[in-house]
Design a protein around this ligand. Sequence first.
Ligand SMILES: [Zn+2]
Length: 304
Amino acid sequence: MEKLNGKNNLTEITYIIAQYNVECIELEEFVSRLRSQVFEYIEKRKQESEEWEQASERDREDLIREFQKDALESLFTRPPNDRVLETLVFKAPQSVTVDDELLELFSGNIELYRFYVSNLGRASKVVQVPADSYYRKAWESLVELGLAKRGKDIPVKALLESLRLKDINEYFADRLDKKLTRKAQAIEFAAAQPDVWEVLSKHISFREMFQIVEPPGIDVTAIKECYEYAFAQAKLIRDTYVAGYRTLEWLQEAETNAYSGWEIQAENCCRFCSALNGERTQRILSKLPPFHIGCRCSIRPIYE
Ligand SMILES: [Zn+2]
């Protein structure tokens, strides 16, 4: 049980889905049903809206976001996690194969891939990672894969960008008549110094500076989309199986123990399931959790 709930497990399923472009038929059917309900809802809201016809393009975007949000809330049977639901309904990637080449590069190192993707999109940002940092190994592995730069391989301006204005003024004080007051100006000034690396080396350990490298020729937004979508699928699949597993465990228990009845626990699920919360029966229920894909409900025996 412990293992089934583990975070690692979720990352593993995500990776499998992303790498092999797995499609789960039941999940696809469920999601496509949700999509058409959402689509219908939004169309209806557009028609009913007094603003829509006259609205500017910008206002329409705003209205659509509002309709989308309400549409998800209006769903009666749905996976309980808002972000997962939103991803599955609205953020299906154009292509699930854009990340294949990149995944190949990581040759099964799931955690590292997750770490890399979570850092993508902030490629210009330089981070300081001390030797005892939890993430140090991950950064070093990315450097080995050519997916991160370290120390002097980082462009000097990017490195300076990671410093505070106060620090730049302090490091280069010996050649400044008066303090620089703007960061951009300070970076320009420092980068133009012929001994800039030497000055910096007195204050910074280059070994602990890292910067993400975006995969060449690969669309970063699409990569992130693919990962988010695979993660959302993984979460629903896992939650469904965990619910099923719990139910099975109780049923096995019931064979050896005499319980007086069963109670449905559904407070962390959707509106459809919530209506069943606390329902009690004496015999084992004919319909058992999971009640739908992504359902997080369970049953508990009653001992009275
Ligand atoms: Zn449920």
